[in-house]
Design a protein around this ligand. Structure first.
Ligand SMILES: Cc1cc2nc3c(=O)[nH]c(=O)nc-3n(C[C@H](O)[C@H](O)[C@H](O)COP(=O)(O)OP(=O)(O)OC[C@H]3O[C@@H](n4cnc5c(N)ncnc54)[C@H](O)[C@@H]3O)c2cc1C
Length: 337
């Protein structure tokens, strides 16, 4: 069996569906492969985003789509380190991530985008423009002939591994639901290591979790769980949900393009704000800027340059940033209210 398409997008998450939708709107022929059941998948994500994330979502899907999302607005994020605290104020949103991803998928499907779920790529030949793929459910192999292939398959991107021979550099995060106990978000930086714990309200409930950046530590999942438990103890809260874990990009190895016919967006490109784990805004932004580039606009790498440079710098300076943050807090920190 074989398929033909102009754009083969691997990964039907937020970045993949946003890109697919924009390409479909410009009249392109798009096929998305999604490893899981596209409608049932439930991305692990605390759901924190700011006005930049809101703006990107609206610019792709429109204001009514944003208003239909299940989100909780709040205005204070307490950032803590070593007993000191500053408050980030501004408009913040606690998004129900499943609702957001479902909305993006539905827009893509409504625009006539093709989707094969329970499927992934096995081999990729960019010279021939051919990917050997597998449908797990049907246990069937098939070929897809494409003009361009886009890796939108998350932090552990298979497309990246197949094309570059390297697994992307990743951090790890765990998360659980907790009862809503306060409408201020908390981001508590670990003073002894690179990472942070969070409490983020989402209205009806909230999430707690820990992101940890000891890249080569084999016990990373259990360390994350212990850090999260300590944080819960300090906060006096008890997780109610299952503890789930997932990789997120480290920010250290951003890759936007491979050769002349392969591109990466979102986590697969390694785009993350590594001091808070915020990637929603980059998933949307990279999808929009790549869609514009593919339709003849500013070349993707050029359009992304200000963001990628900032991400790479932050990732490289992670230790220094934690130290500077501490210093900044001591020097002119806004007292917590
Ligand atoms: C615990 C945790 C908490 C987070 N909290 C926040 C937060 O509060 N705010 C924020 O902005 N960001 C947060 N993030 C990061 C954010 O979730 C990601 O940056 C964002 O989801 C990236 O979107 P994406 O579409 O690139 O990747 P994903 O959402 O991971 O989508 C990738 C898609 O590709 C599919 N896929 C994977 N491999 C394959 C394959 N081989 N073949 C086919 N399909 C495949 C997956 O099933 C998935 O549907 C968090 C991440 C984690 C892990």
């Amino acid at each position: 069996m074989e398929y033909k398409c102009e754009y083969l997008i691997v990964g039907g998450g937020l970045a993949g569906c946003s890109l697919g939708y924009l390409l479909r709107k410009s009249g392109a022929d798009v096929l998305i492969l999604e490893r899981l059941d596209a409608k049932k998948k439930d991305k692990l994500c605390a759901g924190l985003t700011g006005t930049a994330g809101q703006k990107e979502f609206i610019s792709i899907f429109g204001e009514p789509a944003w208003n239909s999302l299940d989100f909780f607005s709040y205005s204070v994020l307490r950032e803590q380190l070593g007993g000191k605290e500053i408050c980030r104020t501004g408009k913040l949103f606690g998004i129900n991530r499943k609702v957001m991803d479902d909305a993006a998928l539905q827009c893509y499907l409504d625009s006539g985008g093709r989707l094969i779920d329970h499927a992934t790529v096995r081999t990729i030949d960019t010279d021939e423009g051919k990917a050997r793929c597998i449908n797990f459910q049907k246990k069937q192999e098939f070929d897809v002939y494409f003009s361009k292939i886009i890796g939108a398959d998350g932090a552990r991107s298979t497309v990246r591994r197949l094309l570059t021979g390297k697994v992307p550099d990743c951090a790890f995060a765990v998360e659980s639901d907790v009862p809503f106990c306060g409408d201020k978000g908390i981001l508590s930086y670990l003073s002894h290591s690179i990472g942070y714990c969070w409490y983020l309200p989402r209205g009806k409930d909230a999430t707690v979790g820990c992101g940890y950046y000891h890249y080569d530590n084999k016990n990373i999942a259990s360390i994350c769980i212990e850090e999260m438990k300590d944080f819960c103890l300090q906060m006096g809260i008890t997780p109610t949900g299952k503890v789930r874990g997932a990789f997120l990009p480290s920010g250290l190895d951003v890759l936007l393009r491979f050769g002349s016919s392969a591109y990466f967006v979102g986590d697969a490109a390694g785009l993350i704000k590594n001091t808070s784990g915020e990637g929603i805004v980059y998933a949307l932004l990279s999808a929009r800027l790549l869609a514009e580039a593919l339709s003849g606009g500013t070349p993707y790498e050029e359009a992304m340059a200000p963001y990628t440079e900032a991400i790479i710098k932050k990732a490289k300076d992670a230790k220094k940033i934690q130290f500077l943050k501490c210093f900044k807090i001591l020097a002119k920190g806004t007292p917590a209210r």
